[in-house]
Design a binder for this molecule. Structure first.
Ligand SMILES: Cc1cc2nc3c(=O)[nH]c(=O)nc-3n(C[C@H](O)[C@H](O)[C@H](O)COP(=O)(O)OP(=O)(O)OC[C@H]3O[C@@H](n4cnc5c(N)ncnc54)[C@H](O)[C@@H]3O)c2cc1C
Length: 484
């Protein structure tokens, strides 16, 4: 073992802590590693509390979401192995595990991805401190958003009060957008002759020395199958994500604006969000693919609109950066009819005491503060057993496939907040547990937006479920599809 470690440390001094950048192409953290002329790309990924934990007794990652994540991690591991490298997958908190790994391998620099939401930036700060204490540098690279944060913060004074102002200020997507297109595989080949071969040897030794600690199965249960009615056969990983990007941008993107409020089928919208949010694909790759489509078929309102949606995604990231732990707080004023329902309270049949604040973790391990069996009105909302058939159809789709259309999400959130008068944070937790594309900024930000707690110039959004069903499910086909 000692001999192996010496061999290893002679070839390896940097690694990538993968977060939500689970890909090899267009990945600045990996590109920086390649620039270091290191023999092989080595990385680590941690199943931390953000995946394995629970809130109010609700798991943060139910099986379908956990499965998509595991597939994505496996895909990355295969790709790094294909480059002569390795991905070590462990369960635990990065601030505890990373220093140990660095010390045992003689790592002096760790590259990672900068993320913007509260828990993620707090986690990076703890890692920074822990690594600093042992003399290891942590370099954070941005690639989660389309627009770099420096461009956004320079062009838009905080606070971010509305999307339209944000959009006007940050300007065209090419303004300040990253110029990448770096294919890491090539970088490894280009380094020097023989580097790759050398890398294989080093990585093999590294792998042998750590094999027993790398997870070979998901630490979160993944025993669930996608319902066959799913809009798409969602499979995690960079290969599947790029294939979907290619398919969508070969044709359907050309009519996105007309179809984007759809409910049935693969192509009414891009369905790219699950891959985007684990970083199996990058927003810059989506921008490039849309531009390529435009060069071949011409620009139209649909291609422009897809880019606007990516800008919404950025908006919620920077809003999350600005709001910190406030992203998980706030009491909503229901706008629904009949008026006068209790505002933003955790229903009594679900919980006692509604003072939970995600982000403070105060209640996370409190057995008296749980969601027992998701019962009562909130449970009926979760399991698609509420009074409204259109709402139920959407909630069933979510639970059985990990996906729900944007139209469905807006209606489901509005119903919980404004019609049922239930604390929006419970609904956001259920979305977090189920959505394959869960992202803290996009999820909690959209919930706050609908609740009227953040950046919504109308002070909240209420949707009339009956009218929405008539408008978007005119023949009731969607409700029929998901009637059980
Ligand atoms: C209550 C609620 C919760 C939500 N939670 C999430 C979440 O956890 N993760 C998530 O990615 N999206 C979330 N959304 C936004 C949106 O519903 C999804 O991004 C979209 O439905 C994903 O499907 P798509 O990839 O086909 O989107 P498309 O319509 O094809 O849009 C393209 C991309 O633009 C981005 N996008 C589009 N609309 C939004 C939006 N409103 N906010 C942020 N990004 C957007 C997504 O990255 C999406 O993949 C939420 C919306 C609501 C109302």
């Amino acid at each position: 073992m000692g001999v192996q470690m010496n061999d290893i440390s002679s070839g390896i001094s940097e690694l990538v802590w993968f977060r939500r950048n689970l890909r090899v192409a267009d990945n600045p953290a990996l590109t920086a590693l390649a620039d270091s002329k290191q023999a092989a790309p080595l990385g680590v990924f941690f199943y931390d509390q953000q995946y394995t934990g629970s809130w109010l007794g609700m798991p943060r990652c139910r099986p379908l979401r956990a499965k998509f994540l595991w597939e994505s991690v496996q895909d990355l591991q295969e790709q790094l192995q294909g480059l002569g490298g390795e991905l070590l997958v462990q369960e635990g908190e990065p601030e505890d595990l990373l220093p140990k790994i660095c010390q045992s391998l003689g790592i002096t620099r760790v590259h990672t991805q900068r993320l913007f939401a509260y828990e993620e930036s707090e986690s990076a700060e703890r890692v920074l401190q822990a690594l600093h204490a042992i003399g290891v540098e942590l370099v954070q690279h941005e690639c989660y958003t389309l627009w770099p944060s420096a461009h956004v913060f320079a062009s838009h004074p905080q606070p971010l009060s509305s999307f339209s102002k944000f959009r006007r200020k940050v300007g065209a997507p090419e303004n300040g957008a990253r110029k990448n297109g770096v294919v890491v595989a090539k970088l490894w080949h280009q380094n020097e002759n023989g580097a790759r071969e050398n890398g294989v040897v080093v990585a093999k030794l590294w792998h042998q020395s750590l094999e027993h600690t790398s997870l070979t199965k998901s630490p979160i249960p993944i025993d669930a199958e996608l319902d066959e009615r799913s809009v798409l056969l969602f499979q995690g990983g960079e290969k599947a994500g790029r294939a979907r990007l290619h398919d969508y941008c070969s044709k359907p993107v050309g009519h996105y604006k007309e179809t984007r409020n759809g409910l049935i089928g693969a192509d009414y919208s891009s369905k790219l969000s699950p891959w985007l949010n684990l970083g199996c694909i990058a927003p810059s790759q989506v921008l490039r693919a849309v531009r390529e489509y435009e060069r071949a078929h011409g620009e139209n309102a649909s291609t422009e609109w897809l880019i606007v949606e990516l800008l919404w995604r950025d908006f919620f990231q920077f809003l999350a950066a600005e709001r910190g732990a406030e992203l998980f707080k706030g009491i909503a004023e229901p706008k629904g009819e009949p008026q006068g329902k209790p505002s933003g309270k955790v229903p009594e049949d679900v919980n006692s005491g509604s003072n939970f604040e995600k982000g403070t973790e105060e209640h996370d391990n409190d057995p008296n503060f749980s969601v027992p069996g998701l019962s009562g009105a909130f449970g009926r909302w979760c399991w698609g057993k509420a009074e409204n058939a259109f709402l139920n159809a959407n909630m069933r789709e979510l639970e059985k496939t990990g996906y729900m259309s944007n139209r469905g999400r807006q209606n489901a959130a509005s119903a919980l907040i404004h019609d049922m008068g239930i604390d929006w944070r419970l609904g956001a937790l259920w979305f977090e547990a189920n959505l394959l594309d869960y992202d803290p900024g996009s999820n909690y930000g959209n919930w706050q937006y609908i609740a009227g707690l953040a950046a919504n110039p109308r002070g909240g959004s209420w949707f009339n479920l009956k009218k929405q069903a008539q408008m978007y499910d005119t023949k009731g086909e969607y409700q029929k599809l998901w009637d059980a």
